[in-house]
Design a protein around this ligand. Structure first.
Ligand SMILES: Cc1cc2nc3c(=O)[nH]c(=O)nc-3n(C[C@H](O)[C@H](O)[C@H](O)COP(=O)(O)OP(=O)(O)OC[C@H]3O[C@@H](n4cnc5c(N)ncnc54)[C@H](O)[C@@H]3O)c2cc1C
Length: 358
């Protein structure tokens, strides 16, 4: 879904440009850097990083507010929903590494904000797009809490839906659950959990072609991801959450393999959210240097082979993409599963990672 101006209807008011977060990007701030993890290990196991999001959501729901986040619908489309129900919020847990469909959510939030607190979670461009839209609509922003993610890319929903189709064809049944990045192999090892007709086929899918392998293909990103203005610490959301990659170097005693979150507090509302969940967290102050990961420094560059990739996809479909790019080599599996964790323990991680990429 790309925005296109219908020239036949356009009245040249320029409102679309005035509310576009990319053309009207404003510099934000970063007032605090924190490493955090839920005190409850079972909760952490169900989330992608340190399970900070569910705590934030509970904080808002307990105050009569609404939470907006990303779930799979019945056909495994990745969509944003707005809810007051804890059971629906639980489905938002876990990163779905696909661009979500926002549907009419911005308009729904505009209406809800007149009388209720709303916590919106999404990619930084979605958060900033919502903020610009609501500013333009002169909405009541007092009730709005914006929690964005550290994000490097949002792969194509079209390829994702073809991947779901591929799984159902190959494993002969209906996809019944999908977790992009479970912690079955530890937080640092990308392992998807998948059931078809409620049978666990995770081991076969991870060996054959996991979505996390396709997620690493930069060609699947939107063109805007290659020039993303949000790959930095300073932002206009209230709070940013992500994985605290590299935490084992700066905070070795705080680190474990069940998931550590990085929190960036941008303003007083972000601080209010953090204060509200603090008692349920183990946390420790970090700093702007120690938390830097690639996606807080610059966007990932556009690969030269992007158009060749899409040509192949248009002509031969998902099966060709999986055959040529979707399978982890034995070398990659050995490096990701065994050598890198060992290198982390021996503090040789940076050296090995550089050699591997070269
Ligand atoms: C597309 C994508 C790319 C990411 N890239 C990075 C990265 O490069 N570096 C990094 O440190 N962290 C990245 N993350 C964030 C990280 O994976 C975790 O989502 C985040 O740390 C929250 O973890 P948690 O344990 O607190 O929450 P969880 O309980 O796991 O909750 C997940 C949260 O992510 C939201 N979410 C899930 N899927 C989507 C989606 N498709 N679009 C928008 N929001 C979604 C949910 O609404 C919820 O708020 C990315 C997430 C996504 C969705």
């Amino acid at each position: 879904m790309y925005p296109v101006v219908d020239e036949a209807l356009c009245i040249n008011c320029s409102i679309c440009q005035k509310v576009c977060p990319v053309t009207k990007h404003e510099e934000g701030s970063c007032q605090g850097v924190i490493a955090a993890k839920s005190k409850d290990d079972n909760e952490r196991f169900k989330s992608t990083s340190g399970a900070v999001f569910p705590l934030l959501a509970e904080y808002v729901l307990n105050r009569g507010g609404l939470v907006c986040g990303v779930v799979y619908d019945d056909n495994f489309n990745v969509v944003h929903i707005l809810t007051s129900k804890p059971v629906e919020m639980q489905k938002m847990r876990g990163s779905k590494y696909v661009q979500s469909n926002l549907g009419t959510i911005f308009a729904d939030i505009y209406e809800a904000l007149a009388c209720r607190m709303v916590l919106f979670s999404g990619t930084p461009c979605q958060c900033d797009g919502l903020r610009q839209y609501l500013l333009f609509k002169k909405a009541n922003l007092e009730n709005l809490y914006l929690v964005d993610l550290i994000c490097g890319k949002t792969p194509s929903p079209k390829v994702w839906s073809d991947y779901v189709d591929y799984l159902e064809r190959t494993y002969k049944g209906k996809l019944t659950s999908f977790t992009c990045r479970s912690k079955a192999g530890g937080w640092q090892y990308p392992y998807s959990q998948v059931t078809i007709n409620n049978d666990d086929i995770s081991a076969r899918v991870n060996k054959d072609c996991s979505w996390m392998q396709l997620f690493t293909i930069s060609e699947l990103s939107r063109p805007s991801c290659y020039v993303c203005p949000y790959t930095k610490l300073n932002r206009n959301s209230d709070l940013t959450i992500g994985d605290f990659w590299g935490v084992e170097k700066s905070l070795p005693k705080f680190t474990d393999n069940h998931g550590i979150s990085l929190l960036l507090i941008h303003n007083s509302k972000g601080k209010e959210l953090f204060d509200g969940i603090q008692s349920d967290l183990y946390w420790i102050n970090s700093n702007k240097d120690d938390c830097l990961q690639n996606r807080l420094i610059a966007p990932s560059p556009e690969p030269e082979e992007r158009s060749a990739f899409w040509d192949l996809y248009q002509k031969k479909g998902i099966d060709a993409v999986i055959t040529t790019r979707g399978r982890r080599s034995h070398v990659k599996i050995i490096v990701l599963k065994y050598l890198l964790p060992m290198a982390r323990r021996l503090k040789l991680y940076d050296v090995l990672w550089t050699i591997y990429h070269q």
